[in-house]
Design a protein around this ligand. Structure first.
Ligand code: CAA
Length: 380
């Protein structure tokens, strides 16, 4: 058993940490306030190769694994969770399935652009009436000659406002049992009939754009099908196994930011003539934050390692996301409590951490869906 990161992993993490501290942390407040990410940051991420971390080198990526991605995501999210989710969805939910399931043509067309960041990816699964019950989706794709015509509306699409390509799940066999009649399509933003709709006003991760995406007789060629016809649902689930590891890493980054802020404030803030860090009530909070972060990190790295070995990782990914996201919310709550009245104002970034943490228990499968995945695998 090897707990140490190797030299390459350490260097990558340190590069991401440096970028996060110097470029992201100073902008995180503006990203939140302006509800957008500074385009300069997006292009710097391209220069650093972050958009193509897990894309093979032959397509212009770095050809690294999910563990490498998790290390980078933790650092990026420690500084700015809006940037973190943008990067996670792009790599895990779009570039990864294109690499794994794409035809040669789809891979050649999209992966180089995704790897450079010239095109950002978005994942369109959820709809107004299909969130946790993802297989109940209603967006339809009907065949028309060599084409498919899509109709329906997707909701809560992360990166919707900036994406150049959308991975869209649509029902292609209405007569089949619900999870067996769904197909994945790779749809360019300029496909006729595709419109990016309402931008959501969110509690947290406000810098990332979350939109509706509407399909009104949106025509795509049959070459846009990712994987096999009517096998899109297992593809969506397999993709989410990877995505959930990314969200677990996001939660760890937020939790670490909470711990860092709490340690700093505990040393600075004096009450009863001494730093509040002298009080056991504060010390125990710090200790529990630290222990949980370490546990979440181990769970996440284990899940990432399994996925990098092509071993089954659904349960491990759900373990990681379940634990890390709940711990991030607990840390954010305690961090705000340590900061008291000051933490409840936007003078400190802890109120943003508190808002940003909340989504980690919701997207890419709510907490109870992670429990359901784990329990199903335990019960067989
Ligand atoms: N890998 C591969 N295939 C899988 C799989 C996995 N991890 N999990 C299930 N499957 C396959 C099954 O083997 C089955 O295949 P067959 O058709 O061959 O039998 C098929 O998928 C259907 O599986 P289930 O019967 O388990 O499906 P279900 O309808 O009971 O749903 C669920 C299972 C776990 C509840 C699923 O619906 C789910 O994960 N829901 C949550 C949805 C979710 O996470 N949404 C996130 C939206 S994207 C997002 O949030 C992005 C963002 O903004 C950041």
């Amino acid at each position: 058993m090897e707990f140490e990161l190797d030299e390459d992993q350490r260097m990558l993490r340190d590069m991401a940490r440096d970028f996060a501290d110097k470029e992201l942390a100073p902008r995180a407040r503006a990203h939140d306030r302006d509800e957008s990410i500074d385009p300069q940051v997006l292009s710097q991420m391209g220069e650093l190769g972050l958009w193509g971390l897990t894309t093979p080198e032959e397509f212009g990526g770095a050809g690294l694994g999910i563990l490498h991605l998790a290390l980078v995501l933790e650092e990026v999210n420690r500084a700015c969770a809006s940037t973190g989710v943008t990067l996670s969805v792009h790599n895990s939910l779009v570039a990864a399935p294109l690499r794994k399931f794409g035809s040669d043509e789809l891979r050649r067309r999209w992966l180089p652009k995704l790897a450079s960041g010239e095109v950002i990816g978005a994942y369109c699964l959820s709809e107004a009436n299909s969130g946790s019950d993802a297989a109940a989706l209603r967006t339809q794709a009907r065949p028309d000659g060599a084409d498919w015509v899509l109709n329906g509306t997707k909701m809560w699409v992360t990166n919707g406002g900036i994406a150049g390509v959308f991975l869209v799940y649509a029902r292609t066999d209405p007569a089949a049992p619900k999870a067996k009649g769904i197909t994945a399509f790779v749809v360019p933003r300029d496909a006729p009939g595709l419109t990016v709709g309402k931008k959501e006003k969110k509690t947290g991760i406000r810098g990332s754009t979350t939109t509706e995406v509407l399909f009104d007789n949106c025509r795509v060629s049959s070459k846009a099908i990712l994987g096999e016809l009517n096998r899109g649902f297992p593809l969506a689930m397999d993709t989410l196994d990877g995505g959930r590891i990314g969200i677990a890493a996001q939660a760890i980054g937020i939790a670490q930011a909470c711990l860092d802020a709490s340690i700093k404030y505990s040393k600075e803030r004096t009450q009863f003539n001494q730093p509040i860090g002298n009080f056991q009530a504060i010390q125990w909070k710090l200790a529990d934050m630290s222990a949980g972060i370490e546990a979440a990190r181990l769970l996440t790295h284990k899940a990432a390692w399994l996925r990098d070995q092509n071993l089954p990782c659904a349960r491990a990914a759900s373990h990681a996301k379940l634990f890390a996201s709940r711990h991030a919310n607990w840390c954010a709550d305690e961090c705000l409590q340590i900061h008291g009245g000051a933490g409840y104002t936007d003078d400190f970034h802890v109120e943003r951490l508190f808002r940003d943490a909340r989504i980690t228990e919701i997207y890419e499968g709510v907490t109870d869906i992670q429990r359901l995945v784990i329990a199903r695998s335990l019960l067989g």
